[in-house]
Design a protein around this ligand. Structure first.
Ligand SMILES: C[S@@+](CC[C@H](N)C(=O)[O-])C[C@H]1O[C@@H](n2cnc3c(N)ncnc32)[C@H](O)[C@@H]1O
Length: 484
């Protein structure tokens, strides 16, 4: 039987370069489909294969290996509960958004359900409010099975009987059905991992289990899928492959890490990507910080900014320095032109994007401010300044409900940023939440008393008020609110 046409169509349609071994059973699979479709031999079947777009999927489903079971490669689940989830909870960049976990190539659901079970077992049922688990697979049939959550004994190879009795109910034919309290926390979506874009719900994953899938593919497809997954991952997110798959994925896209005998990948955000004035506070101050602090400390309108600094400066920092000087002089348009050059030269710098967004905000170019803030967040979602600027933009548009959301995110990233608390207080007051407004003016007051105006969170800050005057404003507001 000449099977080349099937091989070529599958490769083309799914953008997947399978290992030759994958097609070992192609002849059997085609014969099975001939029987299932009740066709009269190969030529007849070829007609339906060419005309029905669904048919190719049926054939691929027969070829893919869906082998899986609960708690397969068990040590990964220990790594998950003891190390990865605690780290993700600690570094969480979005308030009240759950940790997103993807099982990429989830087959009939044992892997994503094991993820929920492992977490519930260690952290209690309450953890389900803080996680979101999504299973992706190319194979529609296994996903259907996964969503039913009914499993035969073979799936329980890695699970002891007590555990099984706790979370499963008996089902017809010696099978077990997973309890609804666990089942409801996993969503399943059909998707070919080699395709981009991924479904919206999967974007910004914090943790990806991608195990025992790459084995089918030649190196170019392995790399393409891994690149997609690296892209899908949020900064500081983690990815686990099967033990035998680690080495061929160490291609420089993600950082390989080791915990005891286990390897995993991390999407590290390097310090150089973070703006000095917001990142590692133990580093010596960078020129931009010197400038912004001096500008803030001077608290006068036209204090000249010193052009030199004792700290060695890079050419990038020097140009930022120039832009800051222009901005300080209220030459917004000119500064914007300069920063555009910076953004072009350093398309991955969240600092440049944030300064650009700040300048756009000054020029009342609201829509562009929004866009550029989002771009800054794409570079680094742990960055306070874009959230703060987005909050200020919402306030300008008198959308105080949205401003509250955005400013709260900024505060989550840096609770000591007085300016974010001050504006949050204003927005709470506008929405009529007087208690929250008083509380936030109170926090602002304390921060100003402790550290003055320094930690404002913007690229630079020029206040017409001293720290004492700002504190006075907060006290006034608190008194007024107390009378309401
Ligand atoms: C061997 S199972 C592994 C299941 C689970 N990850 C585990 O380790 O137990 C591989 C699964 O990956 C799925 N798969 C293979 N290639 C895929 C692709 N390109 N996109 C999405 N799923 C794929 C298959 O359909 C199959 O269900």
């Amino acid at each position: 039987m000449d099977l080349q046409i099937f091989q070529d169509s599958i490769r083309q349609r799914f953008k997947l370069d399978f290992k030759p071994d994958f097609f070992r059973f192609l002849g059997d699979a085609v014969e099975a489909r001939i029987r299932a479709t009740e066709k009269d031999g190969l030529d007849h079947y070829l007609q339906i294969f060419k005309s029905d777009p669904e048919e190719i999927s049926h054939l691929v489903n027969l070829l893919t290996n869906n082998e899986t079971y609960f708690f397969r490669e068990n040590p990964h689940y220990r790594l998950l509960t003891q190390r990865l989830i605690p780290e993700l909870l600690k570094n969480r960049s979005y308030i009240s958004e759950p940790i997103k976990i993807i099982s990429a190539g989830c087959s009939s659901g044992e892997e994503p359900y094991s993820l929920v079970l492992a977490l519930v077992e260690v952290f209690g049922e309450g953890v389900t409010d803080q996680i979101e688990v999504i299973g992706l697979d190319i194979d529609h049939d296994v996903l259907h099975k996964a969503s039913m959550a009914v499993f035969g004994t073979y799936s329980f190879r890695g699970m002891d009987a007590d555990f099984r009795n706790t979370y499963f109910n008996q089902f017809a034919g010696n099978r077990s059905v997973l309890k609804e309290s666990i089942r409801q926390h996993v969503k399943f979506i059909q998707h070919n991992l080699a395709d981009w874009p991924y479904p919206e719900q999967a974007r910004g994953a914090d943790l990806i289990f991608y195990r025992n899938v790459s084995i089918y593919y030649q190196m170019n497809t392995q790399d393409a899928i891994f690149e997609n997954l690296a892209r899908l991952l949020a900064p500081e997110g983690f990815l686990l492959t099967g033990a035998v798959e680690v080495t061929h994925h160490d291609i420089g896209k993600l950082t390989l890490k080791k915990d005891k005998a286990l390897f995993y990948f991390c999407k590290e955000t390097t310090t150089s990507e973070l703006p000095a004035f917001l990142s590692d506070r133990s580093l010596p101050p960078a020129p931009a910080q010197d400038l912004s602090n001096k500008a803030a400390q001077s608290e006068t309108k036209n204090t000249p900014i010193p052009a030199t600094s004792k700290t060695p400066v890079t050419s990038d920092a020097l140009t930022l320095e120039e832009v800051l000087a222009l901005a300080e002089d209220e030459q917004w348009e000119l500064a914007l032109n300069k920063i555009d050059e910076q953004v072009t030269q350093h398309p991955n710098s969240p600092t440049a994007y944030s300064l650009k967004a700040y300048l756009l905000l000054q020029l009342n170019r609201d829509q562009e401010t929004e866009q550029v803030c989002q771009q800054a967040l794409e570079k680094n979602s742990l960055f306070l300044t874009p959230y703060l600027l987005l909050g200020l933009a919402s306030q300008k548009n008198t959308d105080h409900t949205e401003a509250v959301q955005r400013l709260r995110k900024a505060i989550y990233l840096d609770p000591s940023c007085w300016l974010a608390h001050f504006h949050l207080a204003d927005s709470y007051r506008e929405t009529g939440d007087t208690e929250a407004a008083r509380r936030e003016y109170g926090v602002t007051l304390k921060l100003l008393e402790n550290s003055g105006l320094d930690n404002h969170g913007l690229p630079f800050y020029r206040s017409h008020y001293t720290a004492d005057q700002m504190s006075g404003i907060c006290r006034d507001q608190m008194n007024k609110l107390a009378l309401l």
